[in-house]
Design a protein around this ligand. Structure first.
Ligand SMILES: NC(=O)c1ccc[n+]([C@@H]2O[C@H](COP(=O)([O-])OP(=O)(O)OC[C@H]3O[C@@H](n4cnc5c(N)ncnc54)[C@H](OP(=O)(O)O)[C@@H]3O)[C@@H](O)[C@H]2O)c1
Length: 330
């Protein structure tokens, strides 16, 4: 299996509209004020971002992958950008299977155009099986689903509704996923999609992703009053098992919801407090508008997918935050 990684650098610049201006600091300089060279400020700022974990260099970013068991024999890293078809094709050529995970949460273009590029490259490279990571966001924004009935794979987020409500993440994921399945049928490419709920658990990478930062914010005393809506969760390790299961099972077809627990935030906070009493937790909970909903994962469970107890995910996630210095344990 090959894996694409990339660096973010702007490669084009456009002139902003508006007049040019400058400022004159002569008054301050006449007082003896001196300033350091721009290069020094830039280098120190970037180093500081890296030290705080806000920015990770290539080696630090990918180092954890190279430490995986037998990585030196089995892992090849390629730089690939979802918007660069040729680069993607170079990474995918020669693969029998592709697990397409990359897509920044909340953005539409990488989800839609990026997935199209990956699928076109898979087709050209005659890949045998593709598993595309969608999200429950592509399932749950469905005002027409019968109230009280857990949502299964027949539920699709209503893209017109998402557009009018400016819910761009569900909008992008629903379009990308339905186009993915149609692409598979049209081109006889073996593709399945998987829709995880909020992914928690111990991180492998040194940077912090959005779903981990949500759990972390519960413990850091950053939120005093919390908006409450029932939350569905899955452990990152169970999600990875599900991805592999779908890749390996030749009978897998269509889409699969992947979610282990449904829990109210205040109940999750109570669990965290009982296990880690020394952190600062939200104190007040305000009920959010909207009907509660749940998911039905029978299709995946019938394939033999299993998941670990929620307590294990929470304990391992918090320990991981402590070990990586994101939380200071007592
Ligand atoms: N986290 C969740 O709770 C959750 C729940 C449901 C579904 N998902 C889905 O799971 C997938 C991964 O989510 P995540 O939480 O790991 O997201 P993330 O933390 O935002 O990471 C996004 C990943 O996509 C890569 N990426 C972004 N833009 C790219 C581009 N133009 N070209 C190549 N790679 C690009 C990023 O690489 P860089 O590091 O180089 O930027 C990063 O590895 C997404 O498809 C997301 O929709 C996540």
């Amino acid at each position: 299996m090959q894996l694409g990684l990339r660096m973010h650098l702007h490669d084009s610049f456009t002139e902003e509209i508006g007049g040019r201006f400058d400022v004159n600091c002569k008054k301050l300089q006449d007082f003896g004020w001196k300033y350091r060279p721009l290069e020094e400020s830039i280098v120190d700022a970037v180093k500081n971002f890296e030290e705080c974990g806000l920015l990770v260099g290539d080696e630090k970013k990918n180092g954890h992958l190279k430490k995986l068991e037998k990585a030196s024999e089995n892992l090849h890293l390629f730089k690939a950008d979802l918007f660069d078809y040729e680069g993607l094709y170079a990474a995918i050529a020669g693969c029998t299977g592709v697990l397409h995970v990359a897509s920044p949460v909340e953005l539409v273009e990488p989800a839609i155009t990026g997935t199209q590029n990956v699928l076109n490259a898979c087709l050209k490279a005659r890949v045998k099986k593709v598993v595309v990571v969608s999200s429950v966001a592509a399932v749950m924004v469905n005002p027409n689903w019968p109230k009280g009935q857990p949502m299964d794979e027949n539920s699709w987020s209503d893209t017109e509704f998402c557009k009018s409500a400016k819910m761009w993440y569900p909008f992008g994921k629903a379009i990308a996923e339905s186009e993915t399945l149609e692409f598979g049928m049209r081109n006889e490419l073996n593709i399945v999609t998987i829709c995880p709920s909020l992914v928690i658990g111990p991180k492998l990478q040194s940077s912090l992703n959005l779903s981990s930062s949500l759990l972390l914010s519960y413990l850091k005393g950053e939120i005093n009053t919390m908006n409450c809506r029932v939350q569905q969760l899955v452990d990152v390790r169970d999600f990875a098992e599900a991805l592999l299961l779908l890749y390996e099972k030749s009978e897998a077809e269509g889409r699969y919801i992947c979610s282990s627990y449904t829990i109210r935030p205040e109940v999750l906070v109570e669990k965290l407090k009982a296990m880690f009493p020394h952190y600062n937790y939200p104190e007040f909970f305000i009920e959010e508008k909207g009907d509660p909903f749940d998911f039905n994962c029978k299709k995946l469970l019938d394939f033999g997918w299993k998941y670990r107890p929620l307590e294990e995910s929470i304990v391992d996630a918090v320990k991981n935050f402590e070990e990586s210095g994101l939380l200071v344990g007592k």
